[in-house]
Ligand binder design. Sequence first.
Ligand code: PLP
Ligand code: ZN
Length: 363
Amino acid sequence: MIVPYECRCGSSYAPTADRWRCDCGGLLDLPLGAVTWPPRAGGRSMWRYLDAGDLPWRDITLGEGDTPLIEEDGGMHLKLEFASPTGSFKDRGAVVLVALARALNASRLVADSSGNAGTAVAAYAARAGIAAEIFVPAGTSEKKLHQIRGHGAEVTVVEGSREDTATAAAARVEESGAFYASHVYNPYFHEGTKTYALEIFEQLGGAVPATLVLPAGNGTLVLGAHRGFAELRAAGVIDRVPRIVAVQSELCAPLAEAWTAGRDEPEPVQPGHTLAEGIAIADPARGSRILAAVEDSHGAFVTVGEDEIAEAHAALAARGLWVEPTGAVSYAAVRRLRAEGSPLVIGGTIVAPLCGSGLKASL
Ligand SMILES: Cc1ncc(COP(=O)(O)O)c(C=O)c1O
Ligand SMILES: [Zn+2]
């Protein structure tokens, strides 16, 4: 599974513990993998879908993946990612990054996160015996900080924005030589999140859903889900990827604004304070890739307002589903689009994730 990183400038690099971007400054990507379908029998975790090869995942896995897909009214399915071992879908990507860090003999890692990726990386780093330093922006939920520290990681709270947090983490990586377990910069994260797509395809009995409604901050789930279906398409297993409707908060919507303006790169925005803290990313580094993935899927970007997020959160709770506010944004978008009679959600199966647990952050 360990294949070279690629940059758009043409450079490629065998992964090493200290490599997180190209010498030209560009982002590293991975070529599409050759998915084998059907997945391996035996076991129930996301690792059934991956050809893990030389990745030492067996000692650190928590059985991530295999989250329930439940059917609600009218062809809408909810995927309960909050039932993941550390309470969010970030486990799918974090376990791959930490296994990679171990394969590269890293003894220290650094990550930056608005919370859930940090908790996930801290948990897997603990299992791997790798010292972890997690940078979070001021204002991150106390319960997430408590969890990160509980797993033995060192927490640095950065006074400033999510972007300032990333800058501080990158500076620490440069000075310490630690592995940068970044869900934004390290494309191996998407090798984990792509299993979200492969699992849905299997849970639907080998049917491609009409629409995936997905939250979009740094786009790890959008890029992973698109990748999973794109690999199935490249392997000739399916002939189309589902339409991706990517959801942002009205108060922080650089991607939705770029989409509406027809730009292929987002411009940084000045974020407002939104309930959806997990997707409040003012300047998403992989913005052009996220826009391209949604375009390839014939999808769209939509935004949801604070009242819609709060109402969706309450509606989910009334159905027995306790999510963090960010975890309600996809459901909020489905409710709104349905009420409007939008063609984006008419006809066929819709799948929306409930990404994060309400036990970690509530309204
Ligand atoms: C609960 C929750 N939902 C959605 C997201 C958005 O994730 P992405 O970076 O994939 O856009 C996050 C990111 O932290 C999250 O914690
Ligand atoms: Zn380059």
